[in-house]
Write a protein that binds this ligand. Structure first.
Ligand code: AMP
Ligand code: MG
Length: 391
């Protein structure tokens, strides 16, 4: 059996970029840049006042200063500053020639309508120099950046109004199981509602992919085959849930093979998520996720999400956090690496949620992270550091 880390590496090795498109600034959020973005100008592009005040010569600070003009932001100075002169200037205004500092309004006394005086012990320059933040030609954003609001601001500042971003993966979702009904149906005595279908739609939207739900396939070769064929035709990636364990009606791996997919792994030494299966063909990737919702959720988080981001050219690197356990957490079987739903307390410790096993979907509702126990470890004692992944 391979480890979770080996499974991760196998999946990552199968990725390639899907293509790109240009988008407008207001639809760029969470998209991934496919090329570096450079600045087309210096920032600031002119010597700029950092505060509201008076631009003058530092050597004149002890003297009365004659106001020669008032400068709004966006206005070029008409006059240069000579001895004992100043220009009233607003934050963001262009500092006139001759001035080497801006004294702030709060540190001045007004003597008459045209005269002010510095009225403090000392002042900083309150001037931003040309190009002190960014110089023309500097790379301001790297290919692979997932665009957050501050990155959109950066694009706007350099005039990159149609950034080239990765195409989002189209991901088909298939639930399998004779016991499943759609959530709007009241289940019969032996049935349950399919939660995975919609959990996966939501997880895919969160991971910036495009989900398409193909419904519930029954536990027959024909039903899975027909649904998988259609999904493979229309998707880059197909996620199935259920039907990958050892039961008599776990038919998914066989149907994958019959559809030209090569299975690269079908078992991981992990808890939950042992039967997670990964298969590839020339133009489709296919993941068989476990049927139990906590297992499907966890393996999406650990494997599928980074995989999808890599298809977009982005390295998904969740914060590598280690926090102390709020209480001792033990397990009986400890051969496999395990992940458990947990909450970060106000004290900054990790509190495992009540967790009855991989069908216990409610345990995740309370969780804001997943904690992990390495293979071979039976107990995490109170106060010991545990690696977590924020959800
Ligand atoms: P399987 O891997 O098909 O044997 O399913 C394992 C368990 O997960 C069974 O108890 C299933 O009823 C449950 N399960 C399978 N698919 C889903 C689903 N879409 N939503 C919720 N539970 C599911
Ligand atoms: Mg099943």
């Amino acid at each position: 059996m391979i480890t979770q880390n080996q499974a991760y590496k196998i999946m990552m090795a199968q990725t390639r970029l899907l293509g790109s498109e240009q988008v407008g600034l207001d639809t760029a959020l969470n998209r991934v840049l496919v090329e570096d973005v450079c600045s087309d100008m210096d920032m600031p592009p002119f010597v700029k006042a950092a505060m509201d005040g008076y631009a003058c010569r530092r050597e004149d600070l002890a003297n009365d200063l004659q106001i020669v003009e008032i400068l709004k932001a966006g206005e070029a100075p008409r006059k240069s500053i000579g001895p004992n002169e100043c220009a009233k200037i607003m934050t963001g205004g262009m500092v006139p020639e001759g001035a080497d500092c801006v004294i702030i309004v709060e540190k001045t006394a007004t003597l008459d309508a045209n005269t002010v005086r510095f009225a403090a012990e000392s002042t900083t320059d309150n001037i931003c120099l040309i190009g002190e933040d960014i110089q023309v030609g500097d790379v301001v954003l790297l290919a692979g950046t997932r665009l957050r609001p501050q990155h959109v601001a950066m694009l706007a500042s350099v005039g990159c109004v149609r950034p080239r971003v990765a195409r989002k993966p189209r991901v088909g979702i298939i639930a399998t199981g004779d016991e499943l009904v759609e959530p709007d149906v009241k289940p019969d005595v032996s049935q349950i509602r399919s939660s995975n279908s919609h959990q996966l739609v939501a997880q895919l939207l969160n991971a910036d992919a495009i989900p398409t739900y193909y419904g519930i396939a029954r536990d027959t070769e024909e039903s899975i085959d027909v649904t998988l064929k259609k999904a493979m035709l229309e998707s880059d990636v197909v996620l199935l849930s259920g039907g990958v364990s050892m039961g008599d009606f776990d038919l998914v791996p066989g149907i994958m093979k019959a559809n030209g997919l090569t299975i690269l792994f079908d078992e991981i030494a992990i808890q939950p998520g042992k039967p997670t299966t990964f298969a590839v063909s020339d133009d489709t990737w296919c993941v068989g996720l476990p049927g139990n919702p906590v297992a499907a959720f966890t393996q999406f988080e650990l494997l599928v999400k980074p995989f999808l981001y890599r298809l977009m050219g982005h390295d998904y690197c969740p914060a590598n956090l280690r926090l102390p356990m709020a209480r001792t957490h033990t397990r009986q079987r400890f051969a496999r690496e395990s992940w458990f739903p947990a909450r970060i307390t106000d004290a900054g410790t990790v509190q495992p949620c009540e967790y009855h096993g991989s069908a216990h979907i409610e345990s995740l509702c309370e969780a804001d992270c997943l904690g992990t126990m390495p293979a071979g470890i039976a107990s995490l004692d109170e106060g010991t550091l545990v690696a977590i992944r924020i959800l």
